[in-house]
Design a binder for this molecule. Structure first.
Ligand code: HEM
Length: 443
């Protein structure tokens, strides 16, 4: 977890645009870069990150379906090297490395650990969780209503989009009430986690982030070693799992599974909700359409997952020399599968730029991956997206963006979403002046 990626540099880089995967420019609008990559260098070596960028839907599917050749051992390594002060802080918390669990496990323990997670997030369990998701959503929208009434505006990304998935995940994992950390603290920890491992950070920033990640790791370790976990919780399920050699799950592996789920289970869902709400509010009449027809919320969520998935890109490493998209890759080549590019590939989708909730091929996208490591939490994420979008639109049909300025986007190699989303309500003439963000050009 704490090691730098170590790609084998190719003899010659392939012709393609200069790309800065960490820039705000790329985060805000990556689509022209993806189009150029797909056209001119679909398997392109990026010297800045030492990663081979794979941008075509077809090539990405091939990689995902050949897990023996393209292993996920490197998926959780930090994309920029971690410096000594950060490493020391993590080390003091007992966090030297995350042993293979799910995201970074190509070995024979993967199927048994994955089996436990699949059971916990099965379609049946997700159906049973629906009333809980709805209750939490309404409670969080109550808080938003209060904020709108008192201040006239609210940050949807930092409010409902961030808080609902954390609360849902704590419930789904069966974290006992007395062991729960504050919602904002958990969200801050996981934000620190993804920034430390997928962001471009200097020594000082790494130090700050490592302090938060160390606290997160200590909390996870306490959680994972509790002996009173109920049978129907994640830890109860892990206690019943037997590794291929018949031994119980070692404590450090249980911590790794918990961390995989805590991070993957809510960060991505929060980001998906922020993006879906932003695009609906930004498009003419779309929010009203969602308010009038809650049935559109499922299709809108699906299109968000296709066109702008929150997990934008994910890594693999080749176990042998191979050829991909006509390009020879050496053994040990680290590659980045650009899911967002796949979702906007015109060879895979008609008019890929259009968000089209009725699109027929919507379920075939790669927003949740494919094959051996396909996301086990996809159904839960879909339900959360549908419930939050339809409930927010029904409750605030007059919601709008407080400013026309593009919101800031997360600048990480593998995650992308608006980090702030100021919203306000359209007031009737008798209700006074609508809120306008300071210095903004409110519509
Ligand atoms: C919008 C929300 C989500 C998105 C976009 C997303 C995306 C993905 C993708 C693309 C993968 C495949 C990674 C690979 O091929 O290596 C994946 C795997 C995974 N996801 Fe999700 N995910 C989301 C929500 C969730 C939720 C709610 C959970 C909670 C259970 C979850 C847990 C996992 C786990 C544990 C894996 C690793 C599975 C394995 O390696 O066997 N994700 N996710």
């Amino acid at each position: 977890m704490t090691t730098e990626t170590s790609a084998t540099a190719p003899a010659a880089a392939h012709a393609a645009p200069g790309i800065d995967l960490f820039s705000q420019e790329f985060a805000a609008d990556p689509f022209p870069v993806y189009a150029q990559l797909r056209r001119s260098a679909p398997v392109h070596y990026d010297p800045a990150t030492k990663l081979w960028l794979v941008s075509r839907d077809e090539d990405i599917r091939q990689v995902l379906l050949e897990p023996a050749t393209y292993r996920n051992d490197n998926a959780l390594g930090s994309v920029v090297p971690l410096r000594l002060p950060a490493l020391r802080i993590l080390d003091r918390a007992g966090f030297k490395t995350l042993p293979p669990a799910l995201f970074n496990n190509s070995g024979d323990t993967h199927p048994v650990l994955r089996g436990a997670v699949l059971r916990l997030f099965s379609a049946q369990q997700v159906r049973a969780a629906l009333p809980m998701v709805e209750r939490i959503t309404h409670e969080e929208l109550d808080l938003m209503a209060e904020a709108l009434d008192t201040t006239g505006h609210h940050d949807f990304a930092q409010g409902p989009a961030r808080r609902i998935p954390v609360r849902v995940m704590l419930e789904m994992l069966g974290v006992p009430e007395e062991a729960r950390a504050d919602i904002t603290t958990v969200a801050d920890w996981t934000d620190a986690f993804i920034t430390l491992f997928w962001g471009r950070t200097d020594k000082d920033r790494q130090r700050e982030l490592a302090l938060q990640v160390a606290d997160f790791y200590r909390w996870l370790s306490e959680l994972a070693t509790r002996s009173d976990a109920p049978d129907d919780s994640l830890l109860g399920a892990l206690a019943r799992v037997r590794m291929p050699d018949g031994s119980p799950v070692p404590p450090e592996v249980a911590v790794a599974v918990c961390s995989n789920l805590m991070v993957a289970g809510h960060v991505t869902t929060s980001q998906m909700i922020s993006t879906a709400v932003y695009r609906a509010l930004e498009s003419d009449g779309q929010w009203r359409a969602l308010a009038q027809d809650p049935g559109l919320a499922g299709g809108w969520t699906e299109e968000t997952l296709r066109r702008e998935p929150s997990l934008t890109a994910w890594r693999r490493v080749t176990s042998r020399a191979t050829t991909l998209g006509g390009v020879d890759l050496p053994e040990g080549a680290e590659i980045l599968l650009m899911f967002t590019s796949a979702g906007t590939d015109p060879d895979a989708y008609e008019e890929p730029e259009r968000i089209c909730p009725m699109r027929k091929a919507g379920r075939g996208h790669l927003g949740f991956g494919l094959g051996r490591h396909r996301c086990p939490g996809g159904e839960l994420a879909r339900v959360e997206g549908r419930v939050v979008l339809s409930a927010a639109a029904a409750r605030f049909p007059d919601l709008r963006l407080a400013t026309r300025e593009r919101p800031p986007f997360l600048e990480l190699v593998s995650f992308r979403a608006p980090t702030r989303l100021e919203v306000t309500r359209t007031l009737s003439r008798t209700q006074g002046t609508p809120y306008a963000a300071k210095g903004s050009t409110a519509p």
